[in-house]
Write a new protein. Structure first.
Length: 323
C-alpha cells in the first residue's frame, strides 16, 4: 500500500479567497502599517519581510545583526538595498530595540524573525516596556479551510501563547478574539467555548469554565459577541451534529470563533486542520498596545500578508478608539 500524502502546506498551494479579500482591503489605506521585523537573520524570515515590503500599505524595518541579515539576503538572492536596517548584536537586543520603538510610536507592529517566540513576547509583556494593557495577551488564528467543509472562516484562540489559562485568562482570550473580529469589520461574532462535551460536569473542568464564561457574557463582562458553551467541536461547526444532540443555540453549528480549553488542545486542533487540509493560517497576537505577527516558518506569502493585514486592521481600530 502506498503511503498517504498530506496536502502541501509549505507554500501558497491553495489560494484562499478570504485572505485575498483581506489583503485587497488594505491597499487603499492612507496610512501604511510600519512593522519592525525582529532579528531576521535567516533566509526564510527575511524572505517573508521582503515579500511583504512590496505591498504599498506596509513599511518594513529590519532589526538585527547587519552582517547576518546581509548574508541571509545574499544566500536567498534577495535585494534589501532599500531596506532600513537597525544594527544589533544579539536577538535580545533586537527584541528590546523593537519594543522601545513600539513604545515610542515609531512602529505600529512587531513581526517575529529568527527569534524564539518566548524571547520576543517576554519583552512585550515586561511592564517596564510599557506595551502591556490590562488584558492578557493571546494569539488568534484565522483559518479559511478550502472547499465546502465550512461556510466561513474560523477564528481559533488560543493555540500559541497561554499554556494553562485561568478563568480570568480565558475571559481575556475570548474578549481579544471578539475585538479582533470586530476590528476587521466582520460584525458580531458567534463564539463557541469548546470542550469535549456539551454537558457541564465537574469531571471535565473546561465545561465548568465554559459555563462561567457564558454567564460573564450574559452580565456584560464579555462584550461584542454571542457566546455559548460548552460545545464540542462537532456541535460548534455542524448544525446536524447539534440537532442530533438537541442543542438549541445561536452559536451551535454556526460558530465564527472557537475558544479552546488550553494551548495543548488548541495547538493539536490547529495542526490537525492545517496538515489535513493543506491551508496556511494567518494569525497575530493581540491584547498588547501593538499587534505582534508570529509567522510560521512554513507559512506561505498569502498567509503572511493576511497576518499583516489583520495587524493593520487591529492597529487602526485601536488608534481610532484612542482619538
Amino acid at each position: 500500500m502506498s503511503q498517504q500524502k498530506f496536502p502541501k502546506c509549505t507554500e501558497d498551494a491553495i489560494d484562499v479567497p478570504f485572505y485575498r479579500d483581506l489583503i485587497a482591503g488594505c491597499e487603499d489605506r492612507l496610512k501604511p502599517l510600519r512593522v519592525a521585523v525582529v532579528h531576521p537573520v535567516s533566509g526564510n524570515a527575511l524572505a517573508g519581510a521582503a515579500h511583504e515590503a512590496k505591498s504599498k500599505w506596509l513599511e518594513v524595518v529590519l532589526i538585527g545583526p547587519k552582517g547576518s541579515i546581509c548574508k541571509a539576503a545574499e544566500e536567498s538572492s534577495l535585494d534589501i538595498s532599500n531596506f532600513e536596517i537597525i544594527a544589533t548584536k544579539y536577538s535580545y537586543e533586537s527584541a528590546q530595540i523593537a519594543a522601545d520603538m513600539a513604545r515610542e510610536g515609531k512602529v505600529d507592529a512587531l513581526m517575529k524573525g529568527h527569534i524564539h517566540t518566548n524571547e520576543l513576547l517576554r519583552l512585550v509583556m515586561d511592564k517596564k516596556n510599557g506595551l502591556r494593557t490590562d488584558r492578557r495577551m493571546s494569539h488568534v488564528f484565522v483559518i479559511d479551510v478550502p472547499g465546502e467543509n465550512y461556510c466561513k472562516p474560523l477564528w481559533l484562540s488560543d493555540a500559541t501563547v497561554n499554556i494553562r489559562p485561568t478563568l480570568q485568562d480565558k475571559k481575556d482570550i475570548t474578549q481579544n478574539a471578539i475585538d479582533l473580529f470586530r476590528a476587521g469589520g466582520f460584525g458580531v461574532p458567534k463564539v463557541a467555548i469548546l470542550s469535549a462535551t456539551e454537558r457541564i460536569t465537574e469531571d471535565i473542568p473546561s465545561t465548568v469554565a465554559a459555563a462561567a464564561l457564558c454567564k460573564m457574557a450574559d452580565r456584560g463582562y464579555i462584550t461584542g459577541g454571542i457566546v455559548d458553551g460548552p460545545l464540542a467541536f462537532d456541535n460548534a461547526i455542524s448544525k446536524s451534529a447539534a440537532e442530533v444532540k438537541q442543542i438549541v443555540s445561536e452559536v451551535a453549528g454556526d460558530a465564527d470563533i472557537l475558544i479552546v480549553p488550553d494551548l495543548e488542545s488548541g495547538n493539536m486542533l490547529y495542526k490537525q486542520m492545517k496538515f489535513l487540509s493543506g491551508y496556511n493560517a494567518a494569525g497575530i497576537v493581540v491584547g498588547a498596545q501593538i499587534p505582534v505577527i508570529l509567522t510560521s516558518r512554513s507559512s506561505g506569502r498569502q498567509a503572511r500578508l493576511a497576518s499583516a493585514a489583520l495587524a493593520l486592521l487591529y492597529a487602526s481600530h485601536r488608534e481610532s478608539e484612542k482619538s
